[in-house]
Design a protein around this ligand. Structure first.
Ligand code: SF4
Length: 418
């Protein structure tokens, strides 16, 4: 690789991480050089602010390189980014995975803004990748976009409606990465449980998961990034409960624990559904760990309603919490609802994080004395199937699976020996 190869900076989600690897390949195939590409996120106001900050830093670090902005922030705020002096080109979420875009970049034939109407897209580009930088696990896109319109969420406006990657393409991608030596693959998307709805015969996510496990029998570990539990199909539940190579770790898009708030968010589940889902899975697979996205301080949320979110952490037995202080997104229905004051939002987010930390500490203590296979993420740290980080007392090969004895807890990590 020449030092003129494009430099990539990725913000945001696992889907962005996959797309960066795809752009890296497409740009190299097109012969793009002397370029910096930043793949942005728009999930919160803070994410957009960070993107602008990174752009200024990248331009200082690479003054002679062309700077391209892409990703969800570029898709929803193209003019804002095009107005920045540091920016040479703004490319949309569809265009970034289109080989023709990179051919234009390579030949300097660019309109400053190349962002099309993402809602008009009926299919998703899914270039096959052959690696994932220096990461121990690889992310594979199975779906993009979302048909739902949760009242707080900007994502559909950045990513369009739901589009599925055909099963054969996904299995071929997993096969290819397995052949490159990856021991763990993470399936990613925006609203993964809607996978297949736009494909012939409307297969479900569970069918795809079973297809991957059967189609790539030598893949030791398959992981699902995030799901909407209310939309989990029977085959998916079967795979989660009974297929050992599907990791016993699910990240749930729960968002809140109060039914009135869930209604005002336009979510499709009630708190009772979330609790029942976790109980069903845990009854069949006791070692399962759950993570969840939870928003603190959604408009109109009372103290009592918030207590229902706090209670949900215990009632679902959640371990890994991603807590989001509510951030109003211009153009979303929730932004027009009566907002809570910042101090209340901040305080509630702190309480939720505290509840999460308590759960993590409890979970980690319960692992002491157990033996676990770890996927090594760096020479001294690997993760269990339940996604717990374990620090070892000796160097181990990155990307390999090693068996460790868990001997203790240090801070919010486990320690162990091989
Ligand atoms: S399901 Fe809701 S929160 Fe998730 S991406 Fe779609 S609109 Fe956003």
């Amino acid at each position: 690789m020449t030092d003129k190869a494009p430099v990539f900076e990725t913000l945001g989600c696992r889907l962005n991480a996959y797309e960066t690897e795809a752009m890296r390949k497409l740009s190299q195939q097109a012969g793009v050089s002397d370029t910096v590409v930043i793949n942005t996120c728009a999930v919160t106001k803070e994410a957009v602010r960070q993107a602008k900050q990174k752009i200024r830093r990248l331009k200082r670090e690479h003054p002679d390189r062309k700077l391209i902005v892409t990703g969800c922030a570029a898709q929803v705020k193209a003019d804002d980014f095009a107005a920045m002096a540091e920016v040479d080109l703004v490319i949309g979420n569809h265009e970034k995975l289109d080989p023709a875009s990179w051919a234009r970049v390579a030949h300097g034939q660019n309109d400053r803004i190349q962002v099309s109407d993402i809602m008009a897209r009926k299919a998703v580009n899914s270039p096959l990748i052959d690696g994932f930088g220096t990461r121990a696990r690889a992310y594979v896109q199975v779906q993009n976009g979302c048909d739902h319109r949760c009242t707080f969420c900007i994502i559909p406006y950045g990513r369009g409606n739901s589009r599925s990657v055909p099963a054969a393409t996904v299995v071929e991608q997993v096969r290819r990465l397995r052949d490159k030596g990856f021991n763990e693959i993470v399936l990613t998307g925006v609203d993964m449980t809607s996978w297949g709805a736009d494909l012939d015969g409307a297969p479900r996510l569970g069918d795809l998961v079973m297809g991957i496990l059967d189609g790539v029998p030598d893949l030791p570990r398959l992981r699902i990034s995030s799901i909407d539990s209310i939309e989990a199909d029977p085959a998916l539940i079967e795979a989660i409960c009974h297929r050992d190579r599907l990791m016993p770790h699910l990240h749930l898009s729960l968002q809140a624990g109060d039914n009135m708030i869930l209604k005002r968010m336009k979510r499709r589940h009630a708190r009772e559904d979330a609790i029942a889902f976790c109980e069903t899975i845990r009854a069949a697979r006791p070692e399962i760990t759950f993570g969840a996205d939870l928003i603190a301080g959604f408009p109109t949320e009372t103290d009592e309603m918030f207590e229902n979110s706090i209670r949900l952490v215990k009632e679902c037995g959640l371990t890994w919490l991603h807590v989001f202080p509510y951030s109003s997104r211009e153009g979303t229905p929730a932004a027009r609802m009566p907002q809570l004051d910042k101090a209340t939002i901040k305080a509630r987010a702190a309480r939720l994080r505290e509840a999460g930390e308590g759960r993590v500490a409890q979970y980690l203590r319960a692992q002491i004395g157990k033996t676990a296979p770890l996927l090594m993420e760096n020479p001294r740290m690997g993760r269990t199937p339940g996604f717990a980080p374990v620090f070892l007392d000796s160097d181990q090969p990155v990307g390999q699976i090693v068996t460790a004895q868990i001997t203790g807890v240090e801070g919010n990590q486990l320690v162990g020996t091989t």
